[in-house]
Ligand binder design. Structure first.
Ligand code: GAR
Length: 218
């Protein structure tokens, strides 16, 4: 398999993350708590939000992590917005971009700057229920099982190669909020797991099918 991660780094070199958020940032918090400046040599180099009021920015500041805000309103096109953001991430030497509740779709101009280096967290078992309201859509459909997906980002919406998935049962009495809470618990474990796999060079693409991600323990 061809590897996608930090296998070329020297042991002293940190694997640097750029985390993009739009809201509460509870998943950012799980990366701060489990990985940032821990024994795995991973650090968050910057947290970026499109939303100046995102609570996740406060979480980052509390942890002493640099932050930046790029509101869409300041730009005439999504490509221009994303190129400025990509500049900032490159300037900070970011190895992996993590979309952790980032609600804008990133452009192909952005992805070209970080090939196989952008991952996204999504609260459903993709390819079921992509898009902006997956938990609501899952419940409205009457599905009995949903889950969490961490995947590499490609040019489609929630269509990139899957790194990790885990199922979550839907109970008859669930509300969107109670289900969201259980999904969050899984996300807070799965997203740091995926980052760690990539940072340690244990996630790669199968040579016979570049959509398939192989995890070294598979
Ligand atoms: C998470 O549940 C994440 O899966 C979802 O936004 C939430 C952010 O929570 N992302 C998407 O729906 C992307 N389409 P957080 O701000 O507390 O980490």
């Amino acid at each position: 398999m061809s590897m996608s991660g930090g296998e070329d780094r020297s042991p002293e070199e940190k694997f640097r993350l750029g985390v993009l958020i739009s809201g509460s940032g509870s998943n950012l918090q799980s990366i701060i708590d489990r990985l940032h400046q821990g024994p795995g040599n991973i650090e968050i180099a910057v947290v970026i939000s499109d939303n100046p009021g995102a609570y996740g920015l406060k979480r980052a500041e509390k942890a002493g992590i640099p932050t930046a805000v790029y509101p869409m309103s300041g730009y005439s096109s999504r490509a221009a917005h994303d190129l400025d953001m990509a500049e900032e991430l490159a300037r900070r030497g970011v190895d992996l971009v993590v979309l952790a509740g980032y609600m804008l779709i990133v452009t192909s101009e952005f992805l070209q700057r970080f090939p196989h280096r952008v991952i996204n967290l999504h609260p459903s078992l993709l390819p079921a229920f992509p898009g902006g309201t997956p938990i609501e859509d899952t419940m409205a459909y009457g599905a009995r099982v949903t889950g969490v997906t961490v995947h590499f980002v490609d040019e489609g919406t929630d269509t990139g190669p899957i790194i990790l998935q885990e199922a979550v049962d839907i109970k008859y009495n669930d509300t969107v909020e109670s289900l969201r809470e259980r999904i969050h618990k899984v996300e807070h474990r799965l997203l740091p797991d995926a980052v760690q796999l990539i940072a340690s060079g244990r996630a790669g693409f199968a040579s016979e099918n570049p959509r398939r991600v192989i995890i070294e323990s598979d």
